[in-house]
Design a protein around this ligand. Structure first.
Ligand code: BMA
Length: 368
C-alpha cells in the first residue's frame, strides 16, 4: 500500500514536472531527438491556429538573383518570412558540391540555420539521380532501378554510400547552440506519377516500400534522428491509390500530395475542384492514420492571375486544417519558372494580403 502510494506520488510529480517538456506523441523514429519530437507535436498544435505557408529555396535564389544573402523574394514581396522553408538535395547522393538546382551544399546548411533562426521550419526534398543508369531523377528507362538498390541488388552498396552523404549533411544541421535542427524529409515524392524512376509504373508497391524503409532504417542506423518523414503523392483518385505505396504508419509522420494549377486552367476551377477533392481524402486519411496533412508542393507558374492567392488558394485552405502548403521555387536561371510573387510582380499585393491573414501562418507568427 505504502509502495503504491509512493509510486502514485512519484508518477504525479513526474507528470507535473514534465508536462511541458514531454511530447505527447512520438514520431515514427522512436529514437527521434527531443527537438524533433517537439516539432512533431507542434505541427499538430499549429494546425489549430491556421495553415503555414512555405516557399522552396527561399534564401538561395529568386527571380533575377542568385546567392545574395540579403534577398528573399517571399520576404521582399510580403515583409515576412515563410513559416516553411523547402530545400532540395538532389545530387548530394553522388557527392556533388551543388544541388541539381545549383545550390551549394555548404550554403544550404547556412540557409537552414537561418530559416531555423527566424522561426521557420525546414523541409527537404530529394530529386535523386537514377542509381542504376546514372541518369537524372526523370530517367525512367529501366524498371530494374529500384530492385537494383535493394538488398541483394547490384547497386545496393553504392546506394548506401550515396545515403552516407545524406546522413552527414543531416547530422551537420546544427543551430548556434550546437543542437541538431529537425527537418521534415520528403523523399521519393510524387510516386503516383510516371516521371520519376521510383514512380508507380516503374516499380512495384512492395519494392517502393522496401526502398523507403531501407532508406529510413539505414539513416537511423547511421545516427540520423532529426528527421520527420513526409510521404507525398501527386494525383490520386482513391484512398487505395494514395495508400498503395505508403510505407506504413511506422515510417511516416506527414502525408500529403503535390498539385499545380495548369496554364490552360486560367480561372483555376479545375485546380480548385481537384485539390479540394484531394484535401478531403487527405484529411480523412490523416485522421485515420494519425498523421499531419500537407499540401507538399503547389502553385501557378508565373502567377498570371493577380488575385490568385486570395481567390484561388485561400478558399482551399480556409478552415480545412492543413498543416502547411509549400509554394515551389522561384528559379533564377529558368525564365518563367516561379511560384511566389516578388516586388513589382502583379500578384505581390495579393500575396501580401494573403500572408497577413491571421489563419495563414508565417515565420513571425509561429516563432517561439
Ligand atoms: C522541378 C523543377 C526543376 C527542378 C526540380 C527539383 O519541379 O523546378 O527545375 O530541378 O523541381 O527542384
Amino acid at each position: 500500500m505504502k509502495i503504491l502510494k509512493i509510486a502514485i506520488l512519484t508518477s504525479t510529480l513526474f507528470v507535473g514536472a514534465c508536462s511541458h517538456s514531454t511530447p505527447a506523441q512520438q514520431p515514427s523514429d522512436t529514437a527521434a531527438t527531443a527537438p524533433t519530437a517537439t516539432l512533431y507535436n507542434r505541427l499538430f498544435e499549429l494546425r489549430t491556429q491556421g495553415t503555414m505557408i512555405g516557399h522552396q529555396d527561399a534564401f538561395a535564389y529568386g527571380v533575377g538573383w542568385y546567392a545574395d544573402d540579403l534577398r528573399c523574394d517571399f520576404r521582399d514581396a510580403t515583409g515576412v518570412y515563410p513559416a516553411i522553408f523547402g530545400w532540395e538535395i538532389g545530387e548530394l547522393e553522388i557527392g556533388a558540391e551543388y544541388s541539381l538546382d545549383s545550390v551549394n551544399f555548404d550554403r544550404l546548411r547556412e540557409y537552414i540555420r537561418r530559416a531555423d533562426a527566424v522561426g521557420g521550419i525546414n523541409t527537404i526534398s530529394w530529386h535523386a539521380r537514377n542509381p542504376l543508369t546514372g541518369g537524372d531523377a526523370w530517367d525512367v528507362s529501366s524498371p530494374q532501378t529500384v530492385p537494383s538498390v535493394l538488398v541483394g541488388g547490384d547497386r545496393h552498396e553504392a546506394y548506401l554510400k550515396g545515403l552516407d552523404h545524406l546522413a552527414s549533411l543531416f547530422l551537420s544541421l546544427k543551430d548556434d547552440r550546437g543542437t541538431l535542427i529537425p527537418v521534415i524529409f520528403r523523399p521519393y515524392h510524387e510516386m503516383t506519377g510516371d516521371w520519376f524512376w521510383w514512380g508507380a509504373p516503374h516499380t512495384s508497391a512492395a519494392d517502393y516500400v522496401a526502398l523507403w524503409q531501407m532508406t529510413a532504417d539505414y539513416l537511423q542506423q547511421k545516427g540520423v534522428h532529426n528527421l520527420l518523414w513526409a510521404y507525398s503523392a501527386s494525383g490520386f483518385t482513391s484512398d487505395e491509390e494514395f495508400l498503395a505505396y505508403y510505407p506504413g504508419d511506422r515510417y511516416a509522420d506527414l502525408i500529403g500530395f503535390d498539385a499545380y494549377q495548369q496554364p490552360d486552367d486560367v480561372k483555376g476551377t479545375v485546380y480548385q475542384a481537384d485539390v479540394s477533392r484531394r484535401i478531403d481524402r487527405l484529411l480523412a486519411l490523416a485522421t485515420t492514420h494519425h498523421k499531419i496533412p500537407i499540401l507538399a508542393e503547389t502553385g501557378y507558374e508565373t502567377i498570371p492571375d493577380s488575385t490568385w492567392f486570395s481567390r484561388v488558394l485561400n478558399p482551399l485552405l480556409e478552415g480545412r486544417g492543413l498543416s502547411y502548403v509549400l509554394l515551389w521555387r522561384n528559379a533564377y536561371n529558368r525564365p518563367n519558372h516561379f511560384y511566389a510573387a516578388y516586388p513589382g510582380h502583379a500578384a505581390a499585393a495579393d500575396m501580401q494580403q494573403f500572408t497577413a491573414r491571421c489563419d495563414i501562418l508565417t515565420a513571425d507568427k509561429i516563432k517561439q
